[in-house]
Design a binder for this molecule. Sequence first.
Ligand code: TYM
Length: 332
Amino acid sequence: MQRIFSGIQPSGVPQLGNYLGALRNWVALQADNECIYCVVDLHAITVWQEPAQLANQTRELAASLIACGIDPKRHILFHQSAVPAHARLAWIFNCVARLGWLNRMTQFKDKAGKDRENVSAGLYVYPNLMAADIHAYHATHVPVGDDQKQHLELANDIAQKFNHDYGVEFFPRIEPLILGVATRVMSLRDGTKKMSKSDPSEQSRINLTDDADTIAQKIRRAKTDPEPLPSEVAGLEGRPEARNLVGIYAALADTDLDGALREHGGKGFGAFKEVLSELLVAKLAPIASETRRLLADPGSVDAVLRDGAARAAAIADPIVAEAERLVGFLKA
Ligand code: TYM
């Protein structure tokens, strides 16, 4: 049995990339692992969040996760700000990680863009907090989409330097679990850009809360090229939008790119988009309606998070207390 940890930001409604790259795998891993899943509100405020919305988004995201199939009774579901151990260990890691390491993080460069002087200091040390999230539980396996790989390598570097500096074998190595065919779902408007909850264009993504008409309309308008679908994977070369839609189909149909093209190669996009929309609606509509049902009783979602936070703290508190003792903090 392995201890799994992963997190998702409540910075908007979860989208199809979150689902295919992460959440579906989170659900599957519950069968034979101990899983700890976290709504990372501390990470969310590294960019501005409206206070009135952040709490709602945290609750709504928790409801979505339960609707996707996360089982908060057999596993742990909680929000990060409710367990202070994360911030305590993150501070220690801020003092372990080197500036040079953080300077190499491509996600920071992408998010900061040209306005580097004006982004929050939190955005810069974001990966240190991520490392703390995982290591506070001595978790060993971390299911994520492809975009988080570099952050997980940094989490290993931090753990290794901590162990080396303090002469211990305290934090274990972690393994990224980047699973499935759709580890990097791209924007529906631009096949070279990642699908993201923070993209200003609603048309760029499918939200897990979209209704059937919205899904069909977004897929109809998704950017494609004029050629029909190829019958072999090599034919997707240089066609990022086609590759993306076939990848989404393959993931939802539990097949691979070859399988999807065997079934649909030669079809025009008009026909393929119809099949894809139907499949999306069949898979996502039940999640949206279950999310709505859960949110009809917000108190019960909050109770799940409260219970999860207490169980999470029971694991993390002694581990982080030991890290603090190793650092030399007085435990009077
Ligand atoms: P976040 O909230 O951006 O995304 C949550 C998960 O969804 C994956 N993902 C995608 N996968 C495929 N295609 C996409 N277009 C796509 N967009 C997002 C992400 O890879 C992620 O797995 N830093 C993390 C949250 C985090 C975390 C952690 C993760 C905080 N602490 C500790 C693992 C362990 C993030 O911003 O995820």
